[in-house]
Design a protein around this ligand. Structure first.
Ligand SMILES: [Zn+2]
Length: 193
């Protein structure tokens, strides 16, 4: 019984339109935090317009966040605003440059690539020591951040060149492999420190 009620509540929640935001004007952009805009999951629904034979359908792509279910262009506009407001435009530029130079596949269209950069910027990905790009990214753009990091000197089996990963990456690995600092492949390694 309890399970059935939970499932029904879940369905209602999923189909609830209450938190849909389709216009950027409906968001209080000055009050919104970066955390409010972090992606929980993407959503997609077809929306009908008109009646009878004149009925047409469009597809609404949305993203679930703490601030509600934001239509994709609304999310993008809000994220751009917050990145600018919080002085993170240079960081977004660094992320874009890093992703391009390191061959990260972050989307097929320029819109998808921009969303990925904004997403990583507002979520503070570059400050997460579990991120595989943490060491090379911060070596280049925030060397001071590495002074406080838990770095481990290691040598990977694939490239046989000493480099650094973080303790957090080692702890987060379930198969004993870590991303090689040279080629980026997940590889076995030997600790040197
Ligand atoms: Zn390698």
């Amino acid at each position: 019984m309890k399970d059935r009620r939970a499932a029904s509540e879940y369905r209602q929640k999923r189909h609830s339109c209450a938190d849909k935001v389709d216009r950027v004007e409906d968001l209080d952009l000055d009050a919104i935090s970066r955390e409010d805009l972090i992606w929980q999951h993407g959503t997609g629904v077809s929306v009908s317009h008109g009646t009878g034979r004149a009925k047409t359908y469009t597809y609404r792509s949305g993203v679930q966040t703490k601030a509600g279910n934001l239509e994709l262009s609304v999310w993008t506009a809000a994220a751009r605003y917050v990145v600018k407001r919080d002085g993170l435009e240079a960081e977004a530029g660094h992320l874009r440059e890093f992703f391009t130079q390191h061959g990260y596949r972050i989307g097929r269209t320029s819109g998808a690539r921009e969303r990925e950069v904004l997403c990583c910027c507002i979520s503070g990905l570059y400050q997460n020591p579990q991120w595989v790009g943490f060491v090379p990214y911060n070596q280049r753009y925030h060397p001071e951040a590495l002074k406080k990091a838990h770095l481990v000197r290691m040598i990977s089996v694939c490239c046989q060149t000493p480099g650094f990963v973080t303790e957090e990456q080692i702890a987060g690995s379930c198969d004993g492999k870590v991303a090689c600092p040279v080629c980026g492949c997940f590889s076995n390694y030997k600790r040197l420190s």
